[in-house]
Structure formats: structure tokens, C-alpha cells
Design a protein around this ligand. Sequence first.
Ligand code: SER
Length: 321
Amino acid sequence: MAEIENKILVTGAFGQIGSELVPALQQKHGKDNVVAMGHRNIPSRFDGILEKADPRNISDIEKIIKDHNILTIYHLVSLLSVTGEKDPGLTWDINMNGLINILDLAVKYQNRVFWPSSIAAFGPTTPQDNTAQKTVLEPTTMYGATKVAGENLCRYYFITYGLDIRSIRYPGLISWKAEPGGGTTDYAVAIFYDGLRKGEYNCFVRKDTVLPMMYMDDAIRGTVELMDADLDVAKRREARDWDSYNLAAISFQAQELAEELKKHIPNLKVEYNPDHRQAIADSWPNSIDDSLARSEWGWKHEFDLPKMTKVMVDNLRKNSI
Ligand code: SER
């Protein structure tokens, strides 16, 4: 029965990715088959199955998995790069202890798992252009450290316990449904909100800063496609190999985004006053080689800079932010 086959738990359901992944999964599998788990910041108008828990508390998560007969887990809970530097100890605690609890439970209950990594797994010693899938991973943020450690943990569980865990290294994600939430790439979201609300934006990175970015619809579609993909897991396991897939779409300078946005807001004023976040941006690549995702499961992005900018402006205006 489809209901039993696809019972899904999404942790971090009301964060940047979860806010858009949950409705997409509800649409695909039905509202009765998606359990949205939040901790704080649960919107009062959420329409669906809701659980409130902290992933660091393993017995609460185990109860949710058993109560709802969960088969697939999207474990999205994470503090991002800028928030992470404010309390590195808490970031390690939430990002890593939450993940290891989910992995242990997934082994016990034979769940499939999705876990997000990030371009933050890279660092200043990583080659910055067309960054390869397998490359130097020496991040300089706590968030990045948890992403590298998380990738290693996922590989270990895949090889040692045969866990079907899949992962993407997301670039900066741009969406209109959730306000910017503590990331370095969030300048590319904040510029839309401030641009439309105030007609001006004070950008915290230099105008020539280039980072890999993606419109959220592409990221959500890619995530669902990866989980649906018929991957040759057996071959990978035999080779004792596992990857969090590099995923790319668009790379642009901050000033190129501003110029594109000016086509919709002609009087937009943008100032560039780089702060401590510039060092984080500088430590990440300019562009990503995602040929493994393209060849292994057919990844292809749809939104370029003009299309993304237009859809952001149209939706934000429609929702009169
Ligand atoms: N968007 C994230 C951040 O800037 C990167 O994964 O922290």
C-alpha cells in the first residue's frame, strides 16, 4: 500500500529547506504520509501531521518513528554558517548529535535517509573554480566542520551498516518562502526582501564575490529525484565508496545579481560593506563540478539568473512582503 511504503519524517521541517520540501512531499505522497517535525518556530497555520521534538533526544525521535511507522527520513535540522559561529559548541551538538541519533535509529528501523551537506564543506585550500566532487575538505567554520564530519559519518554508516543514505552538497539556496536565516549565502535572499521593502540593500559581501547558488525549486526537485533514483548502491558499497553529491546551478557576482534585480526595481540602491561574513564567503568555491550527479542520476538545473530573479520578485510582490 502506498501509504505504508512512503511514510516520511522531515526534521527541521520549518527551516529554509523544510518549509518547501514538506509541501512538495505532501503533494507527491499525500498529507497523511508526511510527518513534519519542528522544535521551535512552528507556524500556527501548518496543515499536516506535526510532531514537536529535538533530534538530540533519541527516545523522542524513536517514538515518532514507531508511532508513525516511518520508512524514510529527511534529516534537515542544522544551524547554518553565520549562526554557527555565534555558538560553535551548540552547533556541533545540534548538527552532529542529532545526525548520529538519526543514523542509529535508521539502522535499527531500516529507514532510508536523506541528509544535506553544503558548499561549506569546502574551505580556502579547496580549488575554487569548478570544484571537483572529490577534493580537499578543510573548512574554517564550525558549520563546515559539521558538514565534513557528517559526510564521513554517513559514509561510515553506508559502508558498515548498509544504510541507504543519500546526500547533496547544496549551494546557496534562494527562495521567497522563508526569510533569510543565518547563512552567508543569504545576502542573495536578503537583497530581494530589502530591495522590495525599502528600495535599498546594504550588502555584507564585496560586489565581486562569486558563490555557487540555486533557486529553491531546483533544489527541491533535485532532492526528490535523488531519493527516487535507482542508484547502483551495491556497486558503491562493494567499492566502499560514498559521496554527498556536488550540485550546481548558477554562479554570479553579488553585483550581477543587483544589476539583474534593477531590471525589476529600477531605483534600487545597493551599497557594499563587507563584514566578518566576507571571510566565510571567500573560503567557499566560485563554481562547482556536479558531473557525478548529472551522470549518476540525471541532475539538471532549470533556473538561470534572470528566471530566478523574475520568479522571486513576482512571488514576493504577490505575497506583498
Ligand atoms: N547557505 C548556507 C550558508 O550560507 C551554506 O550551506 O550557511
